[in-house]
Design a protein around this ligand. Structure first.
Ligand code: TYM
Length: 326
């Protein structure tokens, strides 16, 4: 079977952007691929954490993965920090990645602009650790949202260069982004992506938001003065709402446009709020169930790490041999 790898950071909770852009697709691959999904806790250390809260967020993220339908009996689910080969390979890749390449990363530019008091070496080298995550598992395909494309292009460049310098070592991974929903936009400014680090909580939907908040946030979503419900670049707010609508219901864009022909934005927002509530409700119920089963969560992440380690060690042996470590 071909291999899929992807991951999400355990900072905060998953947003509707994370869900529709990435996680929702992950489970669709489980029958045809060997899927490996990590909670990339080491990446989250690039931002200062509160240890108590961080531990809780990490376990919560595992429960969110499972609640979103990632089946741990079919997929390998684990914490990145439990498999030391990630850090080990990251160092070797750091030594094969140029400062100039890392300097071009827009995520580094954005994050260092927003966290001026803590521009650490880990934040700069972040994409090399991400490349290690992927390359360790001989990954063929990486399903992500639009914002991760630049990091994945770099991972491909690093793998190709390493293979050229040291002989065939890594599989060069392909990138998968969904046709629709690869970039869910902020509800308050439809020209920027929906992000959990947005300072305005009305800008994003957490998959764990309660019903009252979900309805409030959907109703406050910024639209425009056109008064027409149409999927068009000139109406980024409405375009975003139609995208979310389509992803959650499976209706085609044109079906939605037809359904709301001659109707007002209020109508669309009320319906969409209800759809969002109904879609997230079962996820939240399942989430609560897992959060009340800490022993089960432990069993899942222990088993996941054991399987991941075995695969990762296989690659590490080859890397060390090819690069000339005794
Ligand atoms: P993270 O935790 O920021 O996001 C997890 C996934 O959600 C996608 N995503 C979005 N998709 C659509 N619309 C949005 N508004 C939106 N916001 C986020 C992201 O593209 C991602 O697929 N560096 C990665 C985590 C990572 C990783 C990896 C991913 C570490 N190693 C290896 C793939 C392979 C990150 O911070 O994702």
């Amino acid at each position: 079977k071909k291999v899929i790898f992807s991951g999400a950071q355990p900072t905060g909770t998953l947003t509707l952007g994370n869900y529709l852009g990435a996680i929702q697709n992950w489970k669709s691959f489980e029958d045809d691929f060997q899927c490996i999904y990590s909670i990339v806790d080491l990446h989250s250390l690039t931002i200062r954490t509160n240890p108590e809260e961080f531990k809780e967020s990490c376990l919560s993220m595992l429960a969110q993965y499972l609640a979103c339908g990632i089946n741990p009996d079919k997929n390998i689910v684990f914490f990145q920090s439990h498999v030391p080969q990630h850090s080990e390979l990251a160092w070797i890749l750091n030594c094969n990645t140029y400062m100039g390449e890392l300097n071009r990363m827009t995520q580094f530019k954005d994050k260092s602009a927003n966290h001026k008091d803590n521009i650490n070496a880990g934040l700069f080298a972040y994409p090399a650790l991400q490349a290690a995550d992927i390359l360790l598992y001989k990954t063929n395909l990486v399903p992500v949202g639009q914002d991760q494309k630049q990091h994945l292009e770099l991972a491909r460049d690093i793998a190709t260069r390493f293979n050229n310098n040291y002989g065939e070592t890594f599989v060069v991974p392909e990138i998968y982004t969904p046709k629709l929903g690869a970039k869910i936009m902020s509800l308050q400014n439809p020209n920027v992506k929906m992000s959990k680090s947005d300072e305005n909580p009305n800008a994003y939907i957490s998959i764990l938001d309660d019903e009252k908040n979900l309805i409030k946030k959907m109703k406050r979503a910024v639209t425009d003065n056109e008064g027409v419900i149409r999927y068009s670049d000139e109406q980024p707010g409405i375009k975003n709402l139609i995208t979310i609508y389509s992803k959650l219901t499976g209706l085609q864009i044109e079906e939605i446009e037809n359904k709301y022909e001659g109707k007002g934005y209020g109508h669309l927002k009320t319906d969409l709020a209800e759809i969002v509530v109904e879609s997230l409700n079962p996820i939240q119920t399942t989430y609560n169930k897992y959060m009340n089963a800490p022993d089960y969560l432990q069993e899942v992440y222990t088993k996941g790490a054991d399987k991941a380690k075995e695969l990762a060690e296989d690659t590490m042996k080859k890397v060390k041999n090819n690069i000339g470590l005794v």
